[in-house]
Ligand binder design. Sequence first.
Ligand SMILES: [Zn+2]
Length: 643
Amino acid sequence: MTRYPIMVLLAGLAAGCTSSPAVRQPEASSRRAIFVSFDAMNQDRARRTVDPAAIPNLLAFFDQASCADGARPMWPSLTAASHAALWTGTYGNVNGVVANTMTPLPWADFSLTETQSGFDARQLESEPIWIAAARQGRRVVDHHGTQTGYPGHWLPGGGRDTAAMRRDSAAIASPELFMVNGYTGGSDPRLLTSSRNPSHPAQGWTNVGPPDVEMWEVSWTIGRDSVFALFRGGEALIGRTRDGATAVRVRMAPPEQAPLEGRPLARYFSDPLWFPEPGGRRSGVYFRLWRLDPDGGYELYQSGRNANWTNQPQVIAGYESFVGGFVGNSAWTIMRDAGPPIERGGDGSAELKYLETAELETRQMMRGSEWAWKIRNPDLQVEYFSLADDLDHSWFGFVAGTVPGVSAETARKINLMRSRGWALVDRRLAGLRELARGSNALLVVSGDHGMRAIWWLFYPNTVLRNAGLLAVDGNGRIDLSRTRAVANPYFITVNRTGRKAGTVPPGQVDRVVDSVIAALRGARGPDGTPIVTEIRRPEPNDTLGIGGPAGGDVYFGLAPGYYYSAAITDSVSTGRTPAGNHGFPSIDPDMRTVLCAIGPGVGGQRLPTARVIDAAPTVSAWLGMTPPLNARGRSLLEAMRAR
Ligand SMILES: [Zn+2]
């Protein structure tokens, strides 16, 4: 694959110079910015629990940039909701995105048990920064930001309210705005093995040369399409037909153990195998062969099949030719299949295989960022990177030091793997910083939430049922006709009569809320201590962003170790395997994310705790434009200027 040469423009602006007040800031009209969200990034957790040797660039960035003492996310601190706040400069009580899975507006059209994804652009009631910038004539790239797509509200049949689309359609049609979003569904990554999908002698292949070695094959489907793999002599040929001429090749190599330094990322993966997708799109799938025995035994990984959505179909071909297929996450689901994990006596090979999928994600996202920044030459480039969230959902529970029953030795071994993963997060930051520095641009780094160790589940809907506030039918599903409140499960919403299938008239709402709060306060864990530690009702125009038309009536925090579940069960809580998670109150310090910036004349300042809604106004101020419509956060740019 052809790579564009690394630009060395302005290479003289080395690290130390960027925070010097002597550096002249470019005129606002010619300023550029990269605005990136690192999912689940939290400075305190990174500093305390990741091997510092794995994240030198991240630590240097925190030291050299101007950083708030964390940024308060959305409550609940969930990815879709907090990102909506980050991009729009206003919390979910205004922007309409209140959870990852949520009941859409308007009330009359959707009951409390009808939910949609909060990642869909159609949930967004407020303008994201990429639309605001394009509307103001700026050149913009939106590289896999959440809620990237056509705005406009949901209609009950699945269509959209076109009024909101008309508002933004000029910006979206502008050739100055390039939006690309690979998080559009598709099929999951998969690990194929000889025990689950045995190979058999190959037949009917063309263009594979003389059969001088024993050849085995397997076939399976990716989405609706068949795929064929031919194993021979230490490699596999994989194609959509049994034709070596159109197949991609992958060489067998054991799991990568070498340090990242001095080698390409994901170096043992195949080139992408391309699949046509509806609407003229395409998806590229990668393969990795960890084991191939002379008798046809094998272990073959296949990445997910995901097509990029874009507003610029004429641009995407160039992007995809450079980048390859979209890989938006590490494949944590394959760790189940790749061998016993460390906590169950594994030797670490399952984790090493998983980490290679994290390398693939990192490489693909970095390629896309580089292409977009250099070829599209935008004033503003919005970026997203999931990996820290993936890693710490899997592993933070074992290394946090708070979970009973995890041995120090298990924690140490897992944290070696986790730090190896964080080294990729570090690499991604270094890549973005290099792009920004080479163009005299501002780099703004934020995120969506922190992470907490969990080992219990709490079932608020069970609490509501036990209190007579929620009823279930014979199939165990919520019966809204006999239900007065529902937990989503991060907050509880009264089933008002103004809603579809609502039961509670306005005059009874306060009484139901009081009953909900009493029931939550009464919830006890197996040791008899309260599970719910904090309860809050939204205020009008709530400054924490709770409540609002799409939000709930009662918000609550949980005792250490507990996480929210919507399930209705026999017990109000059960134990679970340790993990990391988020979604807790935004006022809890461990749910804070980062908000830092570095660039010409910006760096070195320590700011008090900020809010994720301050990020978009800060970026807007740097670019000399007005913030997104509805933005309520305020610019931190002046406070971030180097002094
Ligand atoms: Zn997240």
